[in-house]
Design a protein around this ligand. Structure first.
Ligand code: PEP
Length: 240
């Protein structure tokens, strides 16, 4: 199975910039990796023309209804979108998404056959208090409540320490390896299946090779280093 390179563009790019971005990346990233772009919803169709896999940064849990401003998993799937991120720390922090809501979103997405990248990770304080394993374990248990091992095949977990996102700081190789091993272990113990686990948080040209080569890492979720398409292409070239 190919390793994943997932690219979270967050709330960036204007229309012309998005057009230029898509033109720049077209045919430039080798197919050694499963590359998935997560642009703002307004650009999903534009990015679809790039030929890479495309996902949504967010999703509602209902298929239809009076939820002004939201995008449903049904709308995504019927628009040819295959992936969605759920539980990103910026959604948890700025939009007060809790584990209960995240669980509903995961269920809604899976019902529509969307693949889910579920983000989990500890804050700086939780890390200092040595609560990383407990936090991750609780987040996973709550986010995956009432989901069986069959549906779990469409779930990828991204280990994203909150303090590493956009900060330029990363955990040590050992910390990443331990967290990912731990996530795989608890999933295997609870569901008897192996799922893929990504690392996310301040991946850049200087650390991409090291991080991609850490044992058990099935790929990366990249934010800031994907905002400039030329930087992104040269960063992926390093691991190609
Ligand atoms: C992210 O937004 O998921 C992320 C990992 O961001 P950054 O690469 O900027 O830390």
């Amino acid at each position: 199975m190919k390793k994943i390179v997932a690219l979270n563009l967050k709330m960036n790019l204007g229309y012309e910039e998005a057009l230029e971005y898509v033109n720049t990346i077209k045919d430039k990233i080798s197919d050694t990796y499963e590359v998935i772009f997560f642009p703002s919803a307004i650009f999903l169709h534009l990015f679809k023309k790039s030929g890479y896999q495309i996902g949504s940064q967010n999703v509602h849990y209902e298929n239809k209804g009076a939820f002004t401003g939201e995008i449903s998993p049904y709308q995504l799937k019927t628009s040819g979108i295959d992936y969605t991120i759920v539980g990103h720390s910026e959604r948890r922090l700025y939009f007060k998404e809790d584990d209960k809501l995240i669980n509903k979103k995961v269920i809604g997405a899976l019902k529509n056959n969307l693949k889910v990248i579920l983000c989990v990770g500890e804050t700086d304080e939780e890390r200092r208090l040595k609560k990383t394993a407990l936090v991750i374990s609780n987040q996973i248990e709550r986010a995956l409540k009432n989901i069986d091992s069959f549906d779990l095949r469409d779930v990828i977990i991204a280990y994203e320490p909150v303090w590493a996102i956009g900060s330029g700081k990363t955990p040590s190789k050992e910390e990443i390896a331990d967290a990912i091993k731990f996530i795989k272990k608890i999933i295997f113990q609870r569901y008897d299946i192996n799922i893929r686990v990504l690392y996310g948080g301040s991946v850049n040209k200087d650390n991409i090779k090291t991080i991609m080569n850490i044992e058990n890492v099935d790929g990366i979720l990249v934010g800031s280093s994907s905002f400039n398409p030329n930087y992104l292409i040269s960063m992926i070239d390093i691991i190609d």
